[in-house]
Write a protein that binds this ligand. Structure first.
Ligand code: FES
Length: 588
């Protein structure tokens, strides 16, 4: 006989401390809720569900989130909950400067504090555009309430002159052709008009698709949620079902810590690898795991990469787009194809195991979602490099690189920072050949700051004219998940804090050997020590404001770029004392 899981009583709800007490403060909460037009029967004894919505007028990837929030609320009302929408900063990838990564931890902090300071019993996290997914989850993991993620869904395929266009990937491609003189301004404008033609996040396997798929594989969404295009009516249905489910999760007291285990993190990593997902996912997964109190070292990523085939034939590593991936069966089909490479005993937010959630999933196009017997790549969707240039690691995405460049030795051409690179890269007199190794420094977590996606250094114009389309490039920056090329990224420690990248000079020979997982500069240890003694630390980039907080507390890429004071500290739920008299919210 199976026992019925214990369910919370209304008096055990966290929100009961705000609404259920018979004191002056709860009078204030109830009277102010009445001010918003709600009768006490709308909320009394019901779970209060915070909907953390990253909609804004400046985030096109979340353009549908205003409406989706209404659909989430519909589900919450129907299931007997009380929805409360709470806007949070949007982190709009195309608009926010210098990079949304500078603000990922700020959204994480905002999410955690919204949940802590208001009467939330559970939450729906609405995100998708690159950093929003990890940020929302980092905050929610630290708060550890029942939480479910609602992915924004990919936008429709881009279209120009009957050709499908992929976010980012085709931007880089056509930009190179424009610079090489092979594309007219009119065609470039046509690409501009057609590449993003619906709400939703980038529809290549960029960071957004990688992260939403990864968190679905970790059990944090309803099954199949991450693959549904934003414009598809099934996305609206999924939003409503998500609202229904979170209410039950509160009664069941199913928290993120009940779902997230080392095995579920491994499932996330394997999924990201099988998708040939964005290198950015590594930084985010490390940060998420550390919030959960688990170490996810780069070595574990590399170990899993060696045994995981790439099955998703999606750009930039493959041919298709997320809309095709959805029609081919979506993530559930891919997870089923992965078979014993994922631990399907893991529990998911819908209360079922991953095995139950992918049962019956089918692949409808075996070219888009490949079987393990016919992978796009047998292994090594990502590789972690070490050597005297990257003592704490660096990453490269082999399937996005020209194979011949994966083992390469060439002379460094060093750019001191992004402005230096922009000033010189297209100089006709630049001393560069296709064998050169382009090096960008001061582009890491502190140096840029914010570790922007500058890692796909542009090919010098004079080489583009010669037909060169890929070169070995090194940096402590990140790279868009929609980018491609032989780009070594996330070099740690970064140059700004004195990592070896700060010490190399133009002309030094750089040796990249991806099969051996090595990245070295061919100079002696003595020479390295001499240069180190001469190195002078650059001044801080910020003296005040959030930037100053960021510089003081951000960790290096191999540690996830989280703030030291947010990583694994035990979270104290100050809401527990909300009706006490000291340090409490004011009565208004
Ligand atoms: Fe939002 Fe790419 S710009 S996901």
């Amino acid at each position: 006989m199976t026992s019925t899981p214990k369910r919370k009583t209304p008096e055990e709800l966290r929100s009961h401390r705000w609404y259920g007490a018979k004191d002056l403060r709860s009078f204030g909460h109830r009277s102010r809720t009445a001010q918003m037009g709600y009768h006490r029967s709308d909320y009394a004894g019901k779970p209060v569900i915070a909907i953390i919505n990253t909609w804004s007028d400046i985030n096109p990837c979340h353009g549908h989130f205003r409406q989706r929030a209404e659909e989430v609320k519909r589900g919450i009302w129907q299931a007997g909950g009380f929805p409360v929408e709470m806007p949070a900063m949007s982190l709009s990838e195309p608009f926010q400067k210098p990079t949304t990564m500078l603000y990922r931890n700020l959204l994480a902090l905002e999410t955690e504090e919204l949940l802590r300071s208001y009467p939330a019993d559970g939450c729906v996290l609405m995100g998708g555009c690159d950093k929003t997914t990890p940020a929302l989850l980092m905050g929610a993991i630290s708060m550890n309430l029942p939480s479910i993620f609602l992915p924004a869904g990919p936008m429709l395929r881009g279209d120009y002159k009957g050709q499908f266009l992929g976010s980012g990937s085709d931007t880089w491609k056509y930009w190179a052709e424009l610079r090489a003189g092979n594309l007219s301004e009119a065609d470039w404008q046509g690409v501009e008009d057609g590449i993003a033609r619906s709400p939703g996040h980038c529809m290549t396997m960029g960071t957004a698709s990688t992260m939403t798929s990864t968190v679905e594989a970790m059990g944090l969404t309803l099954p199949g949620a991450a693959s549904i295009p934003a414009a598809d009516s099934r996305h609206a249905q999924m939003a409503s079902l998500t609202g229904k489910r979170i209410v039950e999760m509160v009664w069941e007291d199913l928290k993120l810590s009940d779902v997230l285990t080392p095995a579920s993190y491994d499932n996330g990593v394997v999924t990201a690898l099988a998708l040939s997902g964005s290198t950015n996912a590594i930084v985010h997964m490390v940060a998420l795991a550390r919030r959960s109190g688990f170490e996810l070292p780069l070595a574990r990523y590399d170990e899993l990469a060696r045994g995981t085939p790439v099955l998703a034939n999606v750009r930039p590593s493959g041919q298709y787009l997320m809309e095709d991936f959805f029609y081919a069966g979506g993530l559930r089909a891919l997870l089923r194809e992965l078979g014993d490479l994922v631990d399907t005993s893991q529990r998911c937010v819908n209360g079922h195991s991953l095995a139950e959630n992918i049962e019956g999933a089918q692949t409808y196009n075996a070219d888009v979602i490949r079987p393990r017997s016919n992978p796009l790549l047998a292994a090594d969707g990502l590789a972690v490099l070490r050597g005297n240039l990257a003592p704490d690691g660096a990453v490269i995405k082999p399937p996005a690189a020209t194979p011949a460049l994966l083992v390469h030795t060439g002379p460094a051409l060093v750019f001191d920072d992004y402005n230096d690179m922009n000033a010189r890269i297209d100089d006709p007199d630049l001393d560069v050949t296709a064998d050169s190794v382009l090096v960008l420094r001061n582009a890491g977590p502190q140096g840029a700051p914010g570790m922007p996606e500058w890692g796909q250094l542009p090919i010098p114009k004079k080489l583009l004219a010669q037909g060169v389309r890929d070169m070995v490039r090194l940096s402590d920056a990140r790279m868009s998940g929609t980018s491609y090329g032989a780009c070594v990224l996330h070099i740690a420690p970064e140059s700004y804090v004195g990592g070896p990248l700060a010490l190399i000079r133009t002309g030094d020979l750089i040796q990249l050997d991806v099969p051996a997982r090595q990245l070295n500069v061919l100079i002696s240890n003595d020479e390295m020590a001499t240069r180190r003694a001469l190195w002078v630390a650059p001044p801080p980039k910020f003296e005040r404001g959030f930037g100053a907080i960021y510089l003081k507390h951000v960790s290096q890429a191999d540690k996830g770029c989280d703030f030291d004071f947010l990583e694994t500290l035990p979270v104290k739920d100050v809401g527990a004392n909300v009706s006490a008299s000291n340090g409490e919210p004011e009565i208004h």
